[in-house]
Every structure is written in structure tokens, then in C-alpha cells.
Design a protein. Structure first.
Length: 343
């Protein structure tokens, strides 16, 4: 089974290599390898604000109520946080940091094709000290207005604190969902569709200033301008070659995307942004027209190599290598489900 999974990853890597892999620039942060033998299915990634150079991650599936702080300089785990006050996690897929300094953990996966009538989000303060600890988390029950969905991406907007989920593409029904202005722990939080997502989304992240949103799939990614609570497509963005692309986060300065993958000793790889893909705060630092780039209803002039879709929804399906992508994605999904059913 593992050889088949690797073959699928290789096929996807070849497709990505033919489309839009961007090498890291000299001034970008280094990548790192997650060396903790307990982390074998890193499925989410969030850059810490309180601890520079630290990235929060977690395992997929039913590993338990654990979150790990990994040093981006060495790849070593510097803290394991155990959550209490919640039920038994089912399929934890994503992590994001809110403007309140809290971490949000998305127990939102559904490998049964969207059959669970509810999923959960866990929220807890980012620890001030990096050491193994047990913390009390708040649990939120989540439902979708249009029925159950399989999702792997959770994004908290860094200015408004609003939570968004992106479901995986299933027969063209993938979408971005918006939660209520404030989550409640005493009832059900209904998430409503705000835009279609033409990707098999495995993770997503907002830029630190909230002006850009990135969504990644196993073998590709797209970036969007975020204005008035809605996305405007800026086109595809480079991804590294990875066996099974699962996670993504912005660096604290917003200039670089850090991509993660599942597997033992998995790599986290940087890809730099440029032109309109850069968040407004980073572009203004370069003397770019930050005011224009943040305006509603205008996607600006695309930089070289950027896509130029019309900004309705979350982007078109890829046109180059589509057959390879479809086959590789299908293989990955089938193999993952078979492996989990046998475990």
C-alpha cells in the first residue's frame, strides 16, 4: 500500500514540476524536517506569533488530543500540549491562530464522504511557555447549512476572528464556508457557503494581515485577495514536490508560504511570494501600491506567472496536467481510506 501511495505522490509531483514550482529565494526562511517519531501524519501547520520560529502541528486521524510545537530551526519538538475538557477527537485536520492569541484545532475530517452530522472545533490559548503541558480547551459543535461535508482546512481571519472551513471537492461541490461572527459552546454553530472551491483542498491559511488567503490541494495551490469577507482569485502559486501535501501556513512576515506533508520525518518547505500574491502589508514594504491591492472588486495587475481568473468563486480547475492530477488524487484518497480501514 505504501508503494502505491508513493507512486501517486510521484505522479502528482511530476505534474507540479511541470506547472509552477518556485524555488526558494536566498532571503527566505529555511525549511525543516519534523523529526519527532510521534508525528507521523502532520496534517495542519500554524506559525506561532508568541514564539518566533515555532510552528504548531498535529497528527491526522485519531492520534489523541495532542498538539506539538516544533522548532523551525532544528525540526525538534519543544512542547507537546494535551487538551482536556473535550471529547475524543475523530479526525483532526487543521490548526489556525486567531487574533485573540488562541489556537483553533479543526476536528473536521470525514473520511466516510461527509456522513457525520456534526464536527468539532477546539480552542485554547497559545501557551506562553514552551514545555509539555495539559490545557483546558473549549469545544464547539459545527454543522453545515447544506448538509455534512468532508473538510481538511480551517482558517481564522487574523483581524475579525471569524472562522472559515473549506470542504474537499466532491463532484464539484467543494466550497468555502463561513462561521457565525462568534462561536458558541452552548449550541450548534452553523457554517454557510460563501464561495465555491474548485480544488481538492487539504489546508488553507490567511496571511498575517488578513489580505490574502491561500488554499492548497495535494499537488497545487491557489491564492486569493481577501476583501469585504470574500475571495478574489489571483491564480496559482508554486508548491514543492511532496509525497502527500497536507498543510500550509504563512510566515509571520507574510512573504513566504510554508508547506507541510504527512509521513515520518516529513519536510516543511518554504515557497516565496511575489507581486500581487504578497499580502498588502508586505507589498507596501516594497513600495508597491498597497492601497489599490486591497480595494474591493479589483484584482489588480497580475505579476508574471500569476493566474488571471475573473475572481468569481475560488478559481477554475487546472488545465495543464489535469489528467495526471485527477488520477494521482484519486489514488491518494483511495489508498488513505484503505490504510485507515485496515488500521
Amino acid at each position: 500500500m505504501r508503494s502505491l501511495l508513493c507512486a501517486a505522490g510521484a505522479a502528482g509531483a511530476l505534474w507540479v514540476g511541470a506547472v509552477a514550482v518556485v524555488p526558494a529565494a536566498a532571503d527566505e526562511p529555511d525549511g525543516f524536517t519534523i523529526g519527532d517519531p510521534r508525528i507521523t501524519e502532520s496534517s495542519g501547520l500554524a506559525a506561532s506569533r508568541a514564539h518566533p520560529g515555532i510552528y504548531w502541528t498535529h497528527n491526522d486521524s485519531d492520534d489523541g488530543p495532542y498538539v506539538y510545537a516544533v522548532d523551525g530551526r532544528t525540526g525538534r519538538t519543544v512542547a507537546r500540549i494535551t487538551l482536556r475538557g473535550i471529547g475524543a477527537p475523530r479526525d483532526v485536520e487543521a490548526i489556525s491562530l486567531g487574533p485573540d492569541g488562541d489556537l483553533y484545532l479543526g476536528d473536521i475530517g470525514d473520511n466516510l464522504g461527509g456522513s457525520w452530522n456534526h464536527v468539532w472545533i477546539y480552542r485554547f490559548p497559545e501557551p506562553k511557555r514552551l514545555r509539555d503541558a495539559t490545557v483546558t480547551a473549549t469545544q464547539y459543535t459545527v454543522k453545515y447549512a447544506d448538509g455534512p461535508r468532508d473538510a481538511e482546512a480551517l482558517m481564522v481571519h487574523p483581524r475579525t476572528g471569524r472562522v472559515y472551513l473549506a470542504s474537499k471537492k466532491q463532484d464539484g461541490t467543494g466550497a468555502l464556508y463561513e462561521g457565525p461572527p462568534h462561536l458558541t459552546s452552548s449550541g450548534t454553530n452553523t457554517f454557510r457557503k460563501v464561495a465555491p472551491a474548485e480544488l481538492w483542498v487539504t489546508d488553507g491559511a490567511f496571511s498575517p494581515d488578513g489580505t490574502r488567503l491561500v488554499l492548497r490541494s495535494y499537488f497545487g495551490a491557489r491564492i486569493f485577495r481577501w476583501a469585504n469577507g470574500r475571495p478574489k482569485d489571483l491564480g496559482s502559486v508554486g508548491v514543492p514536490m511532496q509525497q502527500q501535501g497536507e498543510s500550509v501556513t504563512f510566515t509571520p512576515d507574510g512573504r513566504t508560504l510554508m508547506y507541510g506533508s504527512e509521513g515520518r520525518d516529513s519536510d516543511v518547505t518554504p515557497v516565496g511570494l511575489s507581486g500581487n500574491q504578497l499580502p498588502d502589508s508586505a507589498r507596501s514594504g516594497d513600495g508597491a501600491d498597497g492601497g489599490t491591492s486591497g480595494s474591493s472588486g479589483s484584482s489588480g495587475n497580475s505579476a508574471a506567472g500569476e493566474g488571471s481568473s475573473g475572481g468569481k468563486g475560488l478559481g477554475p480547475s487546472y488545465t495543464k496536467g489535469a489528467l495526471v492530477l485527477a488520477v494521482a488524487t484519486a489514488l491518494v484518497v483511495v489508498v488513505r481510506r484503505l490504510l485507515r480501514r485496515r488500521s
